[in-house]
Design a protein around this ligand. Structure first.
Ligand code: AZC
Length: 831
């Protein structure tokens, strides 16, 4: 497939080369061609799904032309590139984004309209590409968008799961999972590259032998082979010619499957064995911020890493540069520890296969990799049992032992006789069985380590990675605060607000330079602007109200305060505290006289999010929310003063409807537990205020938008350890308002109290690890302030405008520029 056309024929190629469609008519021609040939349909049987597929094919063709040009340019310019390795890319839908970034939104919209379709209906046909769990995966999606939009040469590498994150239904108040077979109707946004097939080995053994130079070397052999097939997803930049690549690997059996078995007549088991290969990339593990040490997961990690590195090295070798140029040409970013085995794999390639000396190879490795940490939660840190690891990847384990030995020798020199230090920082934890600590390997094998918001980056330096700061110094550890792409999270999700902003900025240039939002700040006091802004919020709330009506059958008033908490369900994110406060609100309103009720700010409390299928406590929280919803929504005493809604199957495309519709969104993690959060940025960017703790990016949002425009509460990260200690060892009574709530639950107000036993115990049982009780009073106080402030509509909207005007910092373009400058050392591609 490397075959190139002889020079004599190239003119002809150029003459007939595919060009991008430029106008509506050309689009329509392409659209019909795809309906009639690609889909083999006609105007007599073209439904919305077929029309979506045909329109997507037309747009995809356009992307491919741009993609080809970009790749050629990158090859010619031969600049340093970045490869972003992420086990999750939570992309959501592609079509709207592709139209916008390729600049063909209007053409397509009017084009399909003439042909008898509504663009909105077509967009609805597309299933989300939900190849991620939550924040980490969505960040990767924003990052590839920004890398393309800022013209950096960069690729994403991931896995092409056949099943993305499960679909969530609510049955009798409980979460029920079903598979997300998103590829059922084919995926127009990927290009299968069957010719790019890479063999990946597992298991086997290592053998030492003496090579021609008389050196003893180790080789890995005798294992099982599977094949990685590349699927390319074009990633168009906004308002630029750059279209980058996201390469996702799918596992296939190798072509030569077990011929021995085959010939001995055991055909069936030979085929069965080869089918097992396909399961490697079949399904995304549905845990967010939680590590579960399953062998298949380690297989996924190595499969994806080995294929990606093979691909990267192959591309490098084509340039015929010396190995010492490797890290001048290539930067690789590790999105959390999931791809950490890449460090070992590159060392193996260089030493075992390319014959480099250990030290020279290690120098290349460490200057190539950067590692991003996304959490300090102990239950999320990856540690692989040594026996499991050594069985699956025997040579890699040997290399890890060597890396560790050289590292510990260095530490021993720096801190002579400090055995505790050696035990603490060793890659191998001396537990039973021993464990490979992946985060430590990632730190040792990278030149930079970063956290994702200031507080988090400080915390990793003072807690989980403290010893490594002592060893390497502070320069190796840095912060890059997360960001979000304003294309999807402002323009696409909230076209009316984007248009209103553009009317004041003078153009849509803020979508490329988000700091230009600052230009709307003077209009925060302009009555006409405030009114328009308020109308848009109302429109967006009506859009969400319609979704709620359709999904939940509940009527909500757009005049009520929309209070939203949507994110993965996790005890540290404290949805339990939110629902407890909703119960408190319900009890309070119920006890009011008719006169008192007149003063109540009506509220719609909206929840959404998935629980990991095996996370009992999170599932109990979902059940409680739904039970409260049942009771409150039909209580005639309450009416429109309080509604409680759980939106099932929260995902990227629902987030695009939900984010623009909030008045208040909640980001209320126990201080020090949420590394950054990114939905907090989405909600503020869409003109909603935040009720939050002093945690993650909330802190920087406060600094940017002003503390008068955010509702902060709760204990600070620095007090958390002490408070936990207090709870555990002294009898601290629980907050009296919280006690009333618990009494109500235990009195059976929301159904069988036994269902909630362990949830209540997690707060009352001398532990309250997430400090629900300690923060409850200040949470209620902050809620009260929200109720009061919301009554003054003009001031409220004015605060929202000021907040939006100061959100420029949170563009993922800014984050990518920081990575490019301080970690990757790459430049944008010149025109
Ligand atoms: C998340 C963090 O929980 C979230 O705070 C952050 O915004 C996001 O990463 C992006 O940086 N972490 C994860 O989703 N998962 C893991 C394993 O950390």
């Amino acid at each position: 497939f490397e075959a190139s056309i002889p020079a004599a024929s190239r003119d002809l190629w150029q003459q007939f080369g595919v060009t991008e469609f430029q106008d509506k008519e050309a689009f329509q021609k392409e659209f019909i061609r795809h309906v009639e040939t690609t889909l083999a349909r006609s105007m007599y049987n073209c439904d919305d799904l077929a029309a979506y597929l045909a329109a997507s094919q037309a747009i995809r063709d356009r992307l491919i032309v741009a993609w080809n040009k970009t790749q050629q340019k990158h090859t010619t310019k031969d600049q340093k590139r970045v490869y972003y390795l992420s086990l999750e890319f939570l992309m959501g839908r592609a079509m709207d984004n592709a139209m916008l970034n390729a600049g063909v939104k209007d053409i397509t919209k009017t084009g399909v309209d003439d042909l008898g379709f509504k663009i909105e209906d077509l967009l609805e046909q597309e299933p989300d590409a939900a190849l991620g769990n939550g924040g980490l995966g969505r960040l990767a999606a924003c990052f590839v968008d920004s890398i393309a939009s800022t013209n950096y040469p960069g690729w994403g590498y991931g896995l092409r799961y056949q099943y993305g994150i499960f679909k969530q239904r609510i049955v009798d108040g409980y979460q029920v999972e079903s598979p997300d077979y998103w590829l059922a109707f084919s995926n127009p946004w990927e290009i299968p590259r069957y010719e790019i097939a890479i063999d990946v080995m597992f298991y086997g053994y290592t053998r030492k032998y003496t090579n021609d130079q008389g050196k003893t070397v180790s080789i890995w052999e005798g294992g099982e082979q599977v094949q990685a097939i590349a699927y390319d997803v074009p990633v168009p930049g906004y308002d630029t010619e750059t279209t980058n690549n996201l390469r996702l690997w799918a596992s296939k059996p190798t072509r030569e499957f077990d011929f021995e078995k085959f010939n001995s007549g055991d055909y069936e088991s030979s085929v069965r064995e080869s089918q097992k290969a396909e399961t490697i990339s079949a399904v995304l593990y549905p845990n967010d911020n939680f590590y579960s040490g399953k062998e298949l997961r380690l297989k996924q990690q190595y499969f994806w890493v080995a294929a990606s590195l093979n691909d990267i090295v192959r591309r490098f070798k084509k340039t015929h540069r010396p190995w010492s140029d490797f890290s001048d040409q290539i930067a690789i970013q590790l999105n959390d520890t999931h791809p950490t085995i890449a460090i070992v794999e590159l060392q193996r390639i260089l030493v075992d296969m390319e014959g480099l000396e250990w030290d020279a190879a290690w120098e290349i490795v460490t200057s190539t990799f950067g590692y991003t940490n996304h959490t300090v939660l102990p239950e999320a840190l990856e540690k692989w049992p040594v026996p499991l690891f050594g069985n699956l990847l025997p040579r890699h384990l040997e290399i890890i032992y060597n890396i560790n030995l050289f590292f510990l020798q260095k530490v021993e020199k720096m801190f002579p006789k400090d055995r505790d230090m050696l035990a603490r920082v060793s890659i191998i934890e001396e537990s039973s069985p021993q464990q490979v600590r992946m985060a430590y390997l990632a730190i040792i094998g990278s030149h930079k380590v970063n956290g994702v918001a200031e507080l988090h980056s400080d915390l990793i330096k003072t807690t989980i990675f403290k010893d490594f700061v002592a060893i390497y110094g502070t320069d190796k550890f840095m912060n890059v605060t997360n960001g979000i792409t304003p294309r999807r999270w402002l323009h696409q999700a909230n076209p009316k607000l984007s248009e209103l902003i553009a009317s004041k900025v003078g153009s849509y240039s803020f979508l490329k330079d988000l700091t230009l939002l600052k230009k709307v700040e003077p209009f925060a006091k302009d009555p006409e602007f405030i009114e328009k802004w308020a109308d848009i919020k109302k429109f967006n709330k009506a859009r969400l109200a319609a979704l709620i009506k359709k999904n939940n059958g509940i009527d909500v008033s757009v005049d009520a305060l929309f209070d939203v908490q949507v994110k993965r369900i996790h005890e540290y994110k404290r949805q339990q505290m939110n629902i407890f406060s909703v119960i408190h609100r319900y009890l309070t309103i119920k006890a009011m006289s008719a006169e008192e009720k007149k003063d109540v700010t009506p509220r719609v409390c909206i929840f959404g999010g998935k629980s990991a299928p095996g996370y009992y406590m999170a599932k109990t929280i979902i059940k409680l929310i739904n039970s409260v919803s049942e009771v409150v929504n039909k209580d005639a005493d309450i009416g429109d003063l309080l509604k409680v809604v759980f939106i099932a199957d929260y995902n990227v495309s629902k987030a695009e409807i939900i984010c623009p519709a909030s008045d208040i969104s909640q980001h209320i993690s126990t201080a020090g537990t949420e590394a950054s959060g990114t939905s907090n940025m989405k909600f503020v960017l869409n003109g909603g205020l935040i009720l939050g703790t002093v945690d993650g990016a909330n802190i920087e949002i406060t600094r940017e938008i002003g503390e008068e425009n955010i509702f902060l509460f709760g204990h600070l990260a620095e007090s958390v350890d002490d408070l936990r200690h207090q709870r555990r060892f002294n009898d601290v009574p629980i907050n009296p308002d919280l006690q009333k709530v618990i009494d109500a639950i235990e009195g059976g107000m929301f159904g069988d109290k036994d269902i909630y036993g362990s949830l209540i115990y997690s707060v009352t049982g001398n532990r309250d690890y997430y400090l629900v009780s300690d923060d409850f009073q200040s949470y209620l106080d902050a809620q009260k302030l929200v109720d009061k402030d919301f009554k003054d509509k003009t001031t409220w909207v004015s605060r929202c405008i000021t907040a939006v005007a100061n959100m420029g910092f949170f563009s993922s373009d800014r984050a990518i520029n920081e990575y490019a400058e301080s970690i990757w050392n790459i430049e944008p591609v010149a025109k």
